[in-house]
Design a protein around this ligand. Structure first.
Ligand code: FES
Length: 114
């Protein structure tokens, strides 16, 4: 699937993360949840695939999984895999740290396109 890269920020410090390291932002016209863990940025869907919990209101556990605030299901920030084992999948987006800034990829022309 072709991907269009959108610049999120020049530096990680420009992203207005809350105290939990999470924030909702619009990137390329799409609202996403951004997460910061160990100086890397990750991007995932705004809503939990289980029952629509707002992922940015959750938190990140020490292993780098995002935890939904509603029923505490955990998802891998890098792959969306439901590490707590309930069988759901959280949509994630690729993020690249480049010399010229931090970029997020959005698929073009697919199910998740604009
Ligand atoms: S809505 Fe996220 S775990 Fe239930």
């Amino acid at each position: 699937m072709p991907v269009t890269w959108h610049k999120i920020a020049s530096e990680i410090t420009e992203i207005p993360f809350g105290p939990t390291g999470l924030v909702e932002m619009e990137v390329g016209g799409k609202k996403v949840c951004l997460a910061r863990h160990e100086q890397r940025v990750y991007a995932c869907a705004v809503k939990c695939p289980h029952a629509g919990g707002r992922m940015s209101a959750g938190f990140i556990d020490p292993l780098g999984n995002i935890v939904c605030p509603l029923h505490r299901y955990k998802f891998s920030l890098s792959r969306g895999y439901n590490v707590s084992g309930e069988g759901f999948y959280l949509k994630t987006y690729p993020v690249e740290h480049r010399p010229e800034g931090i970029f997020m990829g959005l698929e073009r022309g697919g199910l998740f396109s604009l």
